[in-house]
Ligand binder design. Structure first.
Ligand SMILES: CC(C)(COP(=O)(O)OP(=O)(O)OC[C@H]1O[C@@H](n2cnc3c(N)ncnc32)[C@H](O)[C@@H]1OP(=O)(O)O)[C@@H](O)C(=O)NCCC(=O)NCCS
Length: 448
């Protein structure tokens, strides 16, 4: 084995460890668009899901079947009918949906049953259990359109699903539900996944979709300057949703976003939109710090917010001990008062226990994050990271391409979060003039 391998593998594996601990025992609801299976992604998805489950995550898998139903309809010489962005399920479409769901369940169960030696599935024992966990009701007649056998979720058998998960199995759901009279209704994968995530109060709702996520400037063309927004706070997601037109296609930005917002508002703290086109998308999102898709997160708004002049006292109290021991550069009260709106704070019950400031250098398309501090009483609970994410969002909104920090003691914390060390010469001219040679601060930059 080459020595280089040890130096890359070991730190890489250790970097994943915190996420393995974090997610153990948690419940994830994963919705897979039928398009992913049509595109031949099932084998790799099953391998990744089996791996995630083996690391202690309880998984409810909901598959979609839009293209498969349409294919069956085409084979029967029928056209797919939609209204209000929803399928109208006549009796032919219902037959097709039942056939497609049956076929897909077989394929999914088969994919989880492999265990050939020397493959990622070797030694995995994934028990997949499906069942009549969803009670449905008809959509009915909307604006004069009869949706026939199209339905909506009426009830989720939470106890049944929980018991199955606790038994160590993966729960597999098709977008079908039954009425108390035994009538079958065709549902949507998105609605089933969202309802199940809400009813279970799952830790994550994850959609594997045909889109890569939500872009920083939705509606503008994809480009390097318009990357995927990896973290959308619930309030921002709701605001965006209100501005977007009603979705009619799964590729419309609002299509999956509306379900993520609904889940988050109903107590599912994190919902994700990921591209199935990227191999290993689930692993990259769950076990890597920045992730690759968009995560809508319900961070308690009252706690993480931009500062006002009233917060200056709290900020000073927080940073003073770190100024005294030399971790932070001393700032005077007038400077903080003048720059209060540059600060982001975390507040709880009227006490500020985290802060950071952002100073833009627009001419160099960058901004400095300064005075990042979390109270010693609440360190190591992820607040430093939450503040960093918010500062990154503020920086993106300003249109800068990177953020930088100057630090003498916290280098590794930043490196772990995607910053890279650069020479002080890198600093924008205006900042270079203020650089204190004697302090020998390390400059670190993160591209946004
Ligand atoms: C750096 C700081 C903001 C992190 O805040 P936090 O809320 O504890 O951060 P998180 O919970 O997101 O991350 C905690 C992890 O970072 C690690 N960490 C904390 N300080 C670190 C440091 N100086 N170097 C490397 N890692 C550090 C912790 O050990 C913890 O790791 P663990 O989860 O494996 O136990 C906080 O430690 C702090 O206020 N430090 C003093 C002020 C400071 O140095 N600010 C930076 C100025 S440039």
């Amino acid at each position: 084995m080459s020595a280089v391998f040890n130096f890359t593998f070991v730190p890489w594996f250790r970097s994943v460890a915190p996420y393995i601990h974090l997610h153990r025992g948690k419940t994830f609801v994963v919705g897979i668009a039928g398009e992913a299976i049509a595109a031949g992604k099932l084998q790799h998805l099953a391998q990744d899901l089996a791996l995630i489950q083996s690391m202690g995550v309880k998984i409810v898998l909901v598959h979609g079947f839009r293209p498969q139903v349409n294919e069956q309809l085409a084979a029967k010489g029928h056209e797919a009918k939609y209204s209000h962005g929803m399928r109208i399920t006549d009796s032919v479409a219902l037959d097709c949906a039942q056939e497609a769901a049956g076929q897909l369940r077989y394929e999914i169960e088969a994919a989880f049953s492999q265990g050939l030696p020397n493959t990622p599935m070797a030694g995995s024992t994934v028990r997949v259990i499906s069942g009549n966990f969803i009670t449905a009701r008809p959509v009915g007649i909307v604006d004069g359109v009869d949706f026939k056998h199209s339905g909506l979720v009426r009830k989720v058998d939470t106890k049944g699903i929980m018991r199955t998960l606790e038994f160590g199995a993966m729960v597999l759901l098709s977008p079908f539900g039954f009425s108390p009279t035994g009538e079958a209704f065709n549902l949507t994968m998105e609605e089933v996944a969202t309802s199940v995530a809400i009813e279970l109060q799952a830790d994550k709702l994850i959609f594997l979709t045909e889109i890569p996520g939500v872009r920083i400037h939705p509606g503008e063309p994809d480009s390097e300057d318009n990357p995927i927004d990896t973290e959308l706070p619930l309030a921002a997601a709701e605001k965006l949703l209100a501005q977007l037109p009603n979705p009619s296609q799964p590729t419309d930005t609002a299509f999956y976003l509306q379900h993520c917002v609904k889940a988050c508002k109903s107590g599912v703290e994190r919902s994700h939109i990921l591209p199935f086109a990227v191999d290993g998308a689930l692993l990259l999102e769950i076990y890597v710090h920045d992730g690759i898709g968009t995560m809508v997160i319900d961070e308690k708004l009252e706690s993480l917010r931009e500062a006002t002049a009233d917060d200056v006292g709290g900020i000073l109290q927080l940073i003073e001990p770190f100024e005294q021991d030399g971790t932070l550069v001393k700032r005077d009260r007038t400077e903080i008062e003048r720059d209060a709106d540059h600060y982001t704070v975390i507040e709880h019950d009227g006490v500020i226990f985290g802060c950071a400031a952002l100073y833009p250098y627009p001419e160099a398309k960058t901004a400095e994050m300064a005075a990042l501090t979390v109270s010693p009483h609440s360190q190591s609970q992820g607040d430093g990271e939450r503040i960093l994410k918010r500062i990154e969002q503020r920086a993106r909104a300003m249109g800068v391409k990177s953020i930088f920090v100057l630090t003498t003691r916290t280098m590794h914390w930043f490196i772990k979060r995607g910053f890279v060390p650069v020479d002080p010469e890198w600093l924008p001219e205006a900042r270079k003039r203020k650089y204190n040679i004697n302090r020998k601060s390390q400059v670190l930059v993160k591209n946004l």
